[in-house]
Design a binder for this molecule. Structure first.
Ligand SMILES: Nc1ncnc2c1ncn2[C@@H]1O[C@H](COP(=O)(O)OP(=O)(O)OP(=O)(O)O)[C@@H](O)[C@H]1O
Ligand SMILES: [Mg+2]
Length: 200
């Protein structure tokens, strides 16, 4: 059987790497940790000091991703190929079977990122992106594929999510609870008058 391809996107700190590692312990998975691949193989242009991040060279990265997927599918060694990273939506649509966006409540995400000692500006930008649902929009713009899911990791129930993912992949059927559009931090913060705290 040819491996299914799953991309896991989401704002930094939502749990992409952790979830990927959990899933790979349950099902035979080839994992691409995109941030590592970008740095190790130098798919970078320059370092953006203000944003504390590398600018990615899509011209070399996208063909490399296509090549990896092709090779690992052909090898028939794996049931699943996961590409995890907030840039995983660079994988061409037709190669994707499942798209997952991990979400996390802004208060919790802020504290997760503070623990990483990120600069204030970087934390603010990432939390704002999460509130606005940027990663969901990017995935929606791609007009993919079979199954796109939005999964809340605020409560760190990663074990349960990993089990669900295995079941979704084995049965090739999404779960209603992970359907897109159920998560709206913007609405919640606005209703509770907390929006200003994040957009001063
Ligand atoms: N071993 C662990 N046990 C329990 N929770 C963990 C563990 N590792 C990570 N987490 C939780 O998952 C959160 C996010 O971790 P992770 O590094 O997977 O995020 P990420 O989405 O990959 O971020 P980035 O885009 O920066 O790589 C952590 O802040 C923590 O709350
Ligand atoms: Mg990560």
């Amino acid at each position: 059987m040819k491996a299914k391809v799953c991309i896991i996107s989401g704002t930094p700190g939502t749990g992409k790497t952790f979830l990927t590692k959990l899933i790979s312990r349950k099902i035979n998975t080839f994992c691409v940790f995109l941030n590592e691949l970008i740095i190790n193989e130098k798919h970078t242009l320059n370092y953006d000091n203000a944003r504390e991040t590398w600018v990615v060279n899509e011209k070399t990265l996208i063909p490399r991703l296509k090549e990896i997927i092709k090779l690992e599918k052909r090898s028939k060694n794996y049931e699943l190929i996961i590409i995890e990273g907030h840039l995983s939506d660079l994988v061409p649509n037709k190669l994707i079977d499942y798209g997952i966006v991990l979400r996390c409540h802004p208060n919790v995400l802020k504290s997760r990122l503070e623990k990483r000692n990120y600069k204030e500006r970087k934390i603010k930008e990432n939390v704002q992106a999460e509130i606005l649902g940027d990663c969901v929009s990017f995935l929606l713009e791609k007009k993919i594929i079979k199954t796109v899911m939005e999964i809340d990791t605020t409560n760190e129930n990663f074990e349960e999510i990993a089990e669900d993912m295995v079941s979704i992949i084995k049965n090739d059927k999404g779960f209603e609870k992970y359907a897109l559009g159920k998560i709206d931090w913007l609405e919640e913060l606005f209703t509770n008058n907390h929006l200003d705290e994040f957009f001063e």
